[in-house]
Design a binder for this molecule. Structure first.
Ligand code: AP5
Length: 191
């Protein structure tokens, strides 16, 4: 199995590049943001709990997202690898992920960290907010809170994986094709 984390701030291109990587390598995509939005759409208790936090640009509690990942791993035996998108977002989530993958005798091979300036992130998200219907994209103050949550709680997750030499930084500005090429080069060097 080849498991990777696509890492980066809100709007850095994780979802965009995930789609392409999945098409190329057949990974199972696990996006905690997508799972949470589907819970909200289905009106579940979990979705109701998550919605107000997401609308304010804050992280959902660790226990909730770790539980979602535990379930997803159990429901997908026999895949050739997982692509984690938007998870882990705290050191507690990273530690939990290591333990969970260990139960399946596997681990994270690489963390591909997309680097994009704050000005570009805000521009992309406001632009997507014109059409996405995502309530957390429409106003600049919520976008600012999401970026702040990333800086305060998530950026340090890269340091957690650096200790194990698993982080590759990828410039995340430029064309989608150029960035995809750099991501594939990193993956192919490690597969
Ligand atoms: P989540 O759904 O994970 O959102 P996010 O991290 O804010 O990321 P985005 O989907 O906004 O951006 P992205 O990096 O995927 O970029 P994309 O490819 O879409 O999380 C949402 C919320 O859920 C969180 O705030 C939190 O509340 C909760 N949550 C989720 N996971 C959690 C967890 N683990 N723990 C706790 N809470 C959690 O691209 C963005 C835009 O840019 C698009 O319009 C795209 O077309 C464009 N774009 C992409 N690449 C380029 C490029 N190269 N050039 C120009 N434009 C580009």
């Amino acid at each position: 199995m080849f498991n990777l984390i696509l890492f980066g701030p809100p709007g850095s291109g994780k979802g965009t590049q995930s789609e392409r990587l999945i098409a190329r390598y057949g990974f199972k995509h696990l996006s905690t943001g997508d799972i949470l939005r589907s819970e909200i759409k289905n009106g579940t208790a979990l979705g109701l709990e998550a919605k107000s936090l997401m609308d304010q640009g804050q992280l959902v509690p660790d226990a909730v997202v770790i539980g979602m990942i535990r379930t997803a791993l159990k429901e997908n035996p026999g895949v050739n690898g997982f692509l984690f998108d938007g998870f882990p977002r705290t050191n507690a989530q990273a530690e939990a992920l290591d333990l969970l993958l260990g139960e399946y005798n596997t681990s994270i091979q690489v963390v591909l960290a997309l680097q994009v300036s704050k000005t570009e992130l805000i521009k992309r998200l406001l632009n997507r907010g014109l059409t996405s219907g995502r309530t957390d994209d429409v106003n600049e103050s919520v976008i600012g809170s999401r970026i702040e949550e990333y800086e305060r709680k998530t950026a340090a997750v890269a340091d957690y994986y650096k200790k194990f030499n698993k982080v590759a930084y990828i410039p995340g500005e430029g064309s989608v094709d150029e960035i995809f090429k750099k991501l594939t080069e990193e993956i192919e060097g490690r597969i």
